[in-house]
Design a protein around this ligand. Structure first.
Ligand SMILES: [Zn+2]
Length: 435
């Protein structure tokens, strides 16, 4: 199959005008319309099915692959599908349920109250609504943290390429860390791609972090770190609302009053040489001594920044340029709809651009393509349009004579053409009331 578009943003050098790509086909596409191939059938596809085999000018690609079916996207730009580096689809149903709170700790109280009203069925509906919405906004891959890893087996045919991270909290039972990790790994095995997410330093014990880190070299790791001023106050000063809240629920507070959250995290994980390259969400609240540590550490981890959730909470300005200069790989994520309005990464790119107008649109687009692909260790399969990469693609309208990446960041519609793993996808309307 050949897909032609007015311009192709390969993420490898200049976009190709009147470009095209060739995609390796598979027989399953011939199944009757509406039928969904079984999991076994999907898994039996050859390894190369659904991958990009050629990229170039339309005239060249069509000559090299004569006789192939051609999909002409007309005056559109063909782009790599977007990758959300930090999301919690569990809470898609909490959109606009929690008004902006002055205190991060009050927000935690509020989300806990909302969660207490939800059943496992509600979470399944919430996650499915999240899939639909993310697709409408051109997202083809999500790094998703779930507090309910046992629900993952309910989504064997997720329409989005998922990395499921089991979010783990042992604050009320720190002696059960080993058991929690074992249960999470067992549940995650039904997923193709997975990882572990000790929630945050204030809810996950040092023991839990270490057990996650020891879970195997292929298990990806993510966590929330240095998100709020209240987290900084709790760890550095042993005071403030989060400190009081956690103390009251029985947390062992002996790790408070000494170090910043970042220093504590690095200290618990081998100091300057992290044995694994974590995906660290947030890093909003950093001191000058933190930056000195970040300069020294040899394993420059990945950073997931959520611009609109950041604005919702009113955190300190995110120091993206400083982190980038130190060698950190910055990615964008939506976070959950308990602190955001939608699952649109285009809206995240615009929010990022508002806070850092000097950033080039191309660099911003890399934060939802190339950079998160690398964070998920998929730098050789996702995030670019290149032979050998998966055919996860989207198309958006673009106008002649405009800067392509500027147009991409400015795009605020819904994506009406999307391909995942070499198959065009239908874009469903969201379930009533979900938006
Ligand atoms: Zn989060």
């Amino acid at each position: 199959m050949i897909v032609r578009a007015r311009v192709v943003a390969t993420m490898d050098g200049a976009p190709i005008k009147n470009g095209a790509i060739a995609i390796s086909g598979d027989r399953i596409d011939d199944s009757p319309p509406g039928s969904s191939p079984s999991r076994a059938a999907r898994l039996s596809r050859s390894a190369s099915a659904g991958s990009i085999v050629d990229v170039g000018k339309f005239s060249e690609v069509s000559a090299r692959h004569s006789g192939e079916k051609i999909i002409d996207l007309g005056e559109q730009a063909l782009l790599p599908g977007l990758i959300n580096a930090h999301c919690h689809l569990d809470y898609t149903c909490l959109r606009r349920k929690i008004p902006r709170e002055k205190s991060f700790t009050d927000w935690i109280r509020a989300i806990n109250a909302e969660k207490s009203k939800l059943s496992p069925e509600d979470y399944i509906v919430s996650i499915n609504e999240g899939f639909v919405e993310a697709k409408q906004f051109g997202t083809t891959t999500i790094a998703n943290l779930t507090a309910f890893p046992d629900l993952i087996r309910q989504f064997p045919d997720a329409p989005i390429r998922m990395w499921w991270f089991a979010e783990l909290i042992d604050v009320r039972s720190p002696d059960r860390a080993k058991e929690f990790v074992a249960f999470a790994i067992e549940s995650l095995k039904s997923a193709q791609n997975y990882g572990l997410a000790p929630h945050a330093l204030f809810t996950a014990s040092k023991n839990l972090y270490q057990r996650c880190q020891e879970a195997g070299k292929d298990v990806l790791l993510t966590t929330h770190l240095a998100e709020s001023r209240e987290e900084m106050e709790m760890f550095r000063d042993a005071s403030g609302p989060l400190y009081e809240f956690m103390k009251n629920i029985g947390r062992d507070m002996r790790d408070c009053g000494h170090e910043t959250p970042l220093a504590l995290f690095l200290g618990a994980h081998g100091g300057h040489v992290l044995p694994k390259r974590w995906v660290v969400a947030h890093l909003n609240e950093l001191t000058e001594s933190d930056f000195e540590l970040l300069e020294k550490i040899r394993t420059k981890f990945h950073v997931a920044h959520s611009p609109r959730s950041h604005d919702y909470f009113g955190h300190s300005p995110f120091q993206s340029e400083r982190l980038r200069r130190l060698g950190f790989n910055i990615c964008l994520g939506t976070d959950s709809l308990a602190s955001n309005e939608s699952l649109s990464l285009f809206a995240e790119m615009r929010a990022f651009q508002r806070s850092e107008p000097e950033s080039s649109p191309e660099k911003i687009f890399e934060m939802v393509t190339v950079n998160p692909a690398s964070a998920l260790r998929q730098q050789n399969t996702l995030g670019r349009i290149r032979p050998g990469f998966r055919a996860d693609l989207i198309a958006i309208p673009c106008r002649e004579g405009r800067d392509l990446f500027g147009e991409i960041v400015a795009f605020d519609g819904e994506v009406d053409w999307i391909m995942a793993n070499g198959r065009t996808q239908s874009i469903q309307s969201p379930a009533a009331g979900s938006v």
